[in-house]
Design a binder for this molecule. Structure first.
Ligand code: ATP
Ligand code: IP8
Length: 245
């Protein structure tokens, strides 16, 4: 049993609103299937989530403008989720989309429902989403990385995979610095640059989440989702990516 986060940078083009990358998703699913074990998936928002979240100022207090934003972002995220569910079903996997907003972003409840689905032989796929914080009259965002941590706490998987559009975690942003070095293991001196429209914390948040999941006893692999064959090389000496134990 393993967990996978499909990064928004792989499944969408982050700078182009609602630009989906179906072939990238299909190729990842093919490799996941080859592993031959049950799995749960989480995906990020990419350009279906972050662009409108920034435009409408979500997270934030409930206002008329943000109500429009909430509705649009949730619609777009469910749309992205269902495109991936379609690819899973077309590949013979019993994928089931699970929107966190229906659980008011309660990580414990979402994770439990995902576990129930896995126990019934299904492959749940949840995602970063908007949700209502009714006590504080706010609209919030739960990130896919938060969900991954919560799920790992409950499921205690032996292996967890984070797929992004770069080879792993570098000592600095490889898209800005040509001399960036890929870290085979995490180092505390690494620096992280924020992607323009990202409202949830980017690679810095991911690096911290990865460390927290590894502390639970899992081996965490951060790898390039555009080269999904690496999913099946994890654990070998030829693996290209960052490994955190
Ligand atoms: P989403 O949150 O939408 O799911 P994601 O999980 O795909 O996105 P991002 O938050 O986009 O991941 O993080 C990947 C990006 O982080 C890379 O495209 C890279 O430019 C940037 N980045 C910044 N600093 C670093 C670093 N030190 N190492 C690796 N990537 C970095
Ligand atoms: O991309 C955020 O999830 P993430 C989702 O995993 C939204 O951080 C709605 C912006």
């Amino acid at each position: 049993m393993f967990l996978v986060k499909l990064g928004g940078s792989v499944i969408t083009v982050k700078s182009r609103y609602r630009y989906y990358r179906p072939k990238a998703v299909q190729e990842i699913i093919r490799e996941l299937k080859r592993k031959g074990e049950p799995f749960a998936l989480v995906h990020g928002g990419g350009s279906f989530g972050h662009i409108k979240a920034k435009e409408y100022g979500i997270p934030g207090e409930i206002t008329e403008k943000r109500k429009v934003g909430y509705s649009v972002i949730h619609r777009d995220m469910v749309d992205l989720n269902q495109r991936i569910v379609n690819s899973l079903i077309d590949s013979g996997i019993n994928g089931v989309g699970m929107p966190p907003s229906v659980f008011n972003g309660n990580l414990e409840k979402i994770s439990q429902s995902m576990i129930d689905h896995m126990e019934a032989g299904l492959s749940p796929i949840s995602f970063g989403d908007v949700y209502i914080n009714s006590q504080e009259s706010r609209f919030e965002i739960v990130s896919g990385d938060d969900l991954m941590l919560s799920l790992a706490e409950k499921i205690r998987p032996s292996e967890v995979y984070f797929l992004t559009d770069v080879d792993g975690i570098y000592d600095k942003n490889p898209k800005k610095h040509r001399d960036a070095v890929l870290l085979k293991e995490l180092s505390d001196s690494a620096t992280y640059e924020h992607v323009g429209t990202d409202v949830t914390g980017g690679m810095l948040k991911k690096a911290n989440t990865v460390k927290d999941i590894a502390k639970l006893g899992a081996t965490v692999y951060v790898l390039n989702g555009n080269v999904p064959s690496r999913l099946n090389e994890a654990g070998s000496k030829d693996f290209i990516g960052t490994v955190v134990k």
